[in-house]
Design a protein around this ligand. Structure first.
Ligand code: FMN
Length: 343
């Protein structure tokens, strides 16, 4: 990689980024969560800016035909990139969807001279490598009201809303809908085939997809008090992880005011801010997106919790003193043109 310079027309100073720094910013951004660890992003350095593009070859055609989850995943990478830029004492200047002719170009980010990162930003930066999807038991207290307030503020930074579902009837109905959607998907061969594509097999050292240590060997029995874990093992007993979701937690939804790529990008960015704020306190998420992948259960969930906004994510948040970090593709694979899945 050749040396790269970041500059702005209006900034009094020029900030020179070496190719190593650009590579490290991108490596940090790719620590973001993505549906099935598909890592559906491509970065380019062009005209003094880092561009984030969607990689549709990595999309889930069955589960996510509108690319909603793909774009949420990219939004999480965008927030991580912005935070990494703050770590260099630069201020990110982000243009969302800058080219209406090119919807795959999701964001263009420039770094302009700025102040050193705040104490909170430094805490979030440290949490990037610890954050993970927690598909095992939660073993501490449920999140405090104080932490939930901070997570709500984190979501608002990108205009999204975090809501904790605390009413017993709403919790029951939400879990029912999640399990019903999970069953519909498990009973359908096309859904199973797509998931098999991203569930890693024992001994495979893929840099994408869900690794075997992150899911249990057997299908989780339907339970009234946890979200359904995806059945990544698909009857092959390939997982070595623990069943997810048990233990004290808060059941949460992330909500946006509208629908479409701009809202999904902001939802993903808000999600990552929530997750990093939580991880900096050793709280992690266990997701269940199945009910949001079927239009009828997504609508029913919205009704069940009387939510006027658009429900973008559903997850439990709980405490753990361990962190299981999953692999990512190397920067050389995500910098430049689109890539075929490696696993
Ligand atoms: C939009 C989106 C949807 C997701 N849905 C689920 C889900 O339904 N079940 C699940 O176990 N994990 C889900 N995840 C978590 C991903 O599988 C996880 O981020 C990915 O495997 C990378 O692992 P990590 O989060 O531990 O870094 C989702 C993540 C995103 C961003």
């Amino acid at each position: 990689l050749k040396e790269i310079t970041v500059s702005t027309v209006t900034a009094p100073r020029r900030t020179k980024l070496t190719s190593d720094v650009v590579a490290s910013l991108i490596a940090t951004a790719t620590r973001a969560p993505s549906v099935h660890n598909t890592q559906p992003w491509v970065f380019e350095f062009a005209d003094d800016a880092i561009e984030l593009r969607a990689d549709p070859a990595r999309g889930l055609r069955v589960a996510d035909p509108s690319a909603r989850e793909l774009i949420i995943s990219c939004g999480a990478a965008l927030a991580t990139l912005e935070l990494a830029i703050r770590g260099l004492s630069l201020q990110p200047r982000t243009h969302l969807l800058p080219d209406p002719e090119n919807p795959r170009l999701l964001a263009r980010v420039r770094g302009v001279p700025g102040s050193p990162p705040t104490k909170e930003e430094r805490r979030l930066l440290h949490a990037i490598s610890r954050r993970h999807t927690h598909r095992a038991e939660f073993d501490g207290p449920a999140p405090s009201a104080h932490l939930i307030d901070r997570l709500r503020t984190a979501a608002l930074r990108y205009g999204a809303h975090l809501r904790v579902i605390s009413d017993a009837v709403e919790i029951e109905r939400t879990l029912e809908l999640a399990w019903a959607a999970d069953k519909t998907q498990r009973d359908d061969i096309t859904w199973r085939a797509e998931m098999a594509r991203w569930a890693n097999k024992p001994g495979v050292t893929a840099r994408d997809g869900v690794p075997t240590f992150a899911f249990p060997a057997q299908r989780q029995a339907a339970a009234a008090d946890v979200l359904p874990g995806r059945e990544f093992a698909l009857g092959r007993r390939s997982g070595t992880g623990a069943p997810a979701g048990y233990g004290p937690s808060a059941l949460c939804v992330l909500v946006t005011d509208g629908e479409g790529p701009r809202h999904w990008l902001r939802a993903g960015a808000a999600l990552q801010y929530i997750l990093l704020t939580a991880a900096s306190n050793w709280f992690f998420a266990n997701f269940a997106t199945q009910p949001l992948e079927l239009p009828e259960t997504r609508r029913a969930l919205r009704d069940a919790i009387s939510e006027p906004g658009q429900v973008q994510m559903l997850f439990q948040l709980g405490y753990s003193h361990t962190a299981f970090v999953t692999p990512r593709r190397p920067v050389r694979e995500v910098l430049g043109g689109t890539t075929e899945p490696s696993s």
